[in-house]
Design a binder for this molecule. Structure first.
Ligand code: ZN
Length: 325
């Protein structure tokens, strides 16, 4: 029996420089580096995971650094923006914080919410939406708790065929909750990371590259359900991968008929499988099958300097704080 997804598991994008990416997400946005690992498809590339202190599902945003790739082009089909949730009255704080870092942010209002829209150093479009999601922010964040990011809020999709995409969202258990202009809002039933906006809009062809969101992953309870979802998509003639072991979760990849890449990922075993929460992000962790090549992999990866950050006003602290600081 298939259960509706409670919401987003993680969002993954392609970026340029790994160090610039790390500094922006940790120092400017105040997310924790939850995992420093490699791309399973290409172990000579980093895969950096950001999130709250515990790396809770629905807070996780991951990046594949591809320093020599050309920039992507916005268009169809594509995930055109990722939104993070911040407390209701925190947008003014964030407008100032981004401005002092030279990041241009634009205020947008839609449905009953306000947001700031800006780009990360790779040109990836991000949003901060004022929405009090019940998520524990990272205690080691340089952003004060009253303003700190409360996980992923949602994504915006620009598919080639919004009706086809809507049908897949419906299958996953998301419900249509609003329409405004060319934007249609779907929501999953969980309490955070639940929003998917579909844009019904003309646009040129997208090209994947630096600054593109690669996929969005939705939560699935366990491996049995994942197999059922796999079989359901195959029965419907929707392109679906075999089940992949991503070490922290098992996953399938679905190229839905509107052209967007969607992943379904299990909720376990989670990020504690190879590191204690207190040690998240401190060292390079590899999937077990890549351990025998650790020396070669470490030689090929560019060095990364994890920013040491602390709450504003406490004179800096330890970026690896495990939440009891
Ligand atoms: Zn993924």
């Amino acid at each position: 029996m298939l259960t509706d997804t409670p919401g987003i598991h993680h969002v993954t994008s392609m970026v340029g420089d790994a160090q610039a990416n790390l500094e922006f997400y940790v120092e400017a946005l105040g997310l924790r580096l939850v995992k420093r690992t490699v791309n399973h498809q290409d172990v000579l590339r980093y895969h950096l995971y950001y999130g709250n202190g515990a790396g809770d599902l629905g807070t996780v945003y991951t990046c594949f650094p591809y320093p020599n790739e050309p920039p992507g082009r916005r268009g169809r089909p594509q995930i055109t923006a990722t939104a993070f949730a911040v407390p209701e009255d925190a947008l003014d704080y964030w407008a100032d914080r981004l401005a002092t870092r030279g990041v241009d942010a634009e205020r947008v209002d839609r449905f009953d919410e306000s947001a700031l829209r800006f780009e990360d150093p790779a040109g990836t479009r991000l949003e901060l939406v004022a929405d009090d999601q019940p998520v524990e922010p990272w205690a080691g964040s340089p952003v004060p708790e009253r303003a700190a990011i409360r996980g992923v809020h949602g994504v915006t999709m620009l598919p080639t065929n919004p009706f086809a995409t809507a049908s897949v969202l419906d299958t996953l258990g998301l419900e249509l909750v609003g329409e405004a202009g060319d934007r249609v809002r779907y929501r999953a039933g969980g309490d955070h990371a639940t929003v998917v906006d579909l844009l019904d809009r003309d646009a040129g062809f997208a090209r994947e590259g630096v600054g593109s969101v690669h996929h969005v992953a939705f939560r699935v309870a366990d491996a049995d359900e994942l197999r059922e979802w796999h079989d359901l998509f195959r029965e419907r003639d929707i392109e679906v991968s075999r089940i992949r072991d991503r070490h922290y979760y098992q996953a399938i990849y679905v190229r839905e008929p509107g052209g967007i890449l969607i992943e379904l990922s299990t909720e376990s075993p989670g990020f504690g499988v190879d590191e204690d929460e207190s040690a998240f992000g401190q060292s390079l962790v590899l999937p077990p099958w890549a351990e025998e090549d650790r020396g070669m992999i470490e030689d090929q990866l560019p060095p990364l300097d994890v920013p040491r950050v602390g709450r504003d006003g406490d004179g800096g602290g330890d970026s690896n704080g495990d939440g009891d600081a």
